[in-house]
Structure formats: structure tokens, C-alpha cells
Design a protein around this ligand. Sequence first.
Ligand code: UDP
Ligand code: MG
Length: 306
Amino acid sequence: MLSVILPAYNEELMISKAAQVISEILDTENIKNEIIFVDDGSSDKTWEKIESISKEYFNVRGVHFSRNFGKESAILAGLQHSKGDCCVVLDCDLQHPPEKIVEMYRLWQDGFEIVEGQKISRGNEGKLHTVAANTFYSIISKVTGFDMKNASDFKLLDRKAVNVLLNMKEKESFFRALSSWIGFKTATVLFDVKERMAGESKWSTASLIKYAVTNITSFSTLPMQIVTLLGSIMFVISIVFGIISFVQKMLGQALEGFTTVILLLTFSSSVIMISLGIIGYYIARIYEEVKGRPRYIVSHTCGKDG
Ligand code: UDP
Ligand code: MG
């Protein structure tokens, strides 16, 4: 059986459309399936829509979060509640073309354990967004060691891979990169990002920046090593200035150079503060992980279980 997982946050306009389209495609291909909507604490009528559709279609189930926990958590909850031998994750705004699920499923039948959806085009985005996204993807590709440029959350995972992901203890995970990190026999399927049919994108600039920082730091401690580098540079500078002032002292011209002192003082203290900030960020992350809070809280479920 194939489990289709759809994270949904304020998608009231898309729920029934998504269920209908996906069921139709999979039924004509004779693929036994279940569809799991994970309502990520929506504030609109998304959950009511999921409940009513789960009464209409016997293969639809729903999981409702107590508040918004973010897409990563929604994906994880979907995987946790899935029963299939393989799982497909896709956006419920249908920007990930559902026809491709069949292609992914056939590759899985041929023995591939992970099928990655790769974007051919990025759909319509603003100039600034494209620049920011490119920067993020080049950094994340460097730190993870995988080419993430065209990666998406549209993937098929074998049960084995799903179990590995579910057993990871990380609170703050990055689904897109973790699925490459765990390895397994992988195939890729190319797709075009379609226009959003209804509703609007849930990403603000602030949330994208936060997403980028979280994901880079969850794969790399490089920022902390930059602190060491800055410290070394400061050390070299201080030796140079030390020698200069010693020589000046010897020559009896020691009173000059007040500007240099001020510049050095402000420069080094800002470097120290930035460094403390970076280290503090990692400590905060450790603190979050150590607390061991759940990644999401389910308040309701609906649909026939099993
Ligand atoms: N989503 C979610 N939780 C969130 C934000 C988004 O579950 O906090 C879901 C959303 O409902 C959609 C998918 O993640 O199914 C992708 O979101 P969106 O379409 O807003 O992102 P974009 O396509 O613009 O990158
Ligand atoms: Mg979208």
C-alpha cells in the first residue's frame, strides 16, 4: 500500500480538490493507497474540510495539530501515522504534480528505496526571492555535501527509510537533506513546479530566513569555526600593533595613535560579541534538544484507522 502524506496549513480551498485528484489518479492506476492530511494547526476551515472528506472517501485520514508546528513537523507526523509500504510526501496546494506519484511508485516497484522529486523550474518567484534562495541552496549544498539546488520535499520513501527517519532523535530536522543523508538506493524524478491553484504561500521573508539559519546550523558547525578564525586574525593584528607601539615607546613618541586604540577596541569587542552570539545560538539548540519536548502535539484524528 502507498501512503500519500499532505501537510496542510490554511489550505481550506485545496483539501477536497487534492483528495479528489490524487484518489482518481491512483485508482485508475490500481495502486492501493491511503491519503493522510496533516493539518498543521490551521486557523481556517481546513480541519472541517478534512473531517468531511474523510467521511466521503474511505481512504482519507486526518491528523490535527494543537497549534502550528511547521511543515517539517507535519511531514514527520504524516510519516508516523502512515501504514503503507512506501510513503509519498507532497504539498497539498498541488504545486507538486500528483501525476508524478505514479512514476515514483513504479520506480519503487523496480527496487528503488528513495525517489526524490527534483525541480526543473522554480515556478514564478520574485527576483529577490530567487537570489536569496540561490544563496541558501549553495550554502546548504556545501555544508551537507549533497546537491540541494533543485531538491524539494516531494519524495517517495520506502518503509525502511521512513523508519530510519522516525527513529532519529533530532528535534529540528531538515527533511529535504536528511533523506539524502540516510543514503539508500535513490532515483530522481523531474517535475515542473506548478502555479498554486488557490490560497497563498505560507512563507514570509522572516520565516524563510529562520528556516535557512536553522537548517544550515543543523547540518554544520562551521559558523563556530569561523569564530576561531576571527580570533586568530585578531591575534595577528594585535601582535602587529603591539610591535608598532613598542617601537614608538622606544622612540619616545608613544602618545599618538588614539584613533587606532578606539578602532581596535570597537572592532575586537564587536567580533567578540558576534562570536558569543554564534556560540549562544548553538547552546540554545542544544538546550532545545535536551529538553526533549515533542515535535508536535496531535489534538484530533479522523478517518478509519487501518
Ligand atoms: N505548510 C505547513 N505548515 C506551515 C507552512 C506550510 O504544513 O507552517 C504546508 C502548506 O500547507 C503546503 C506546503 O506546506 O502544503 C507548502 O507550503 P507553501 O505552498 O506555502 O510553500 P511554497 O510552495 O510557497 O514554497
Ligand atoms: Mg506551495
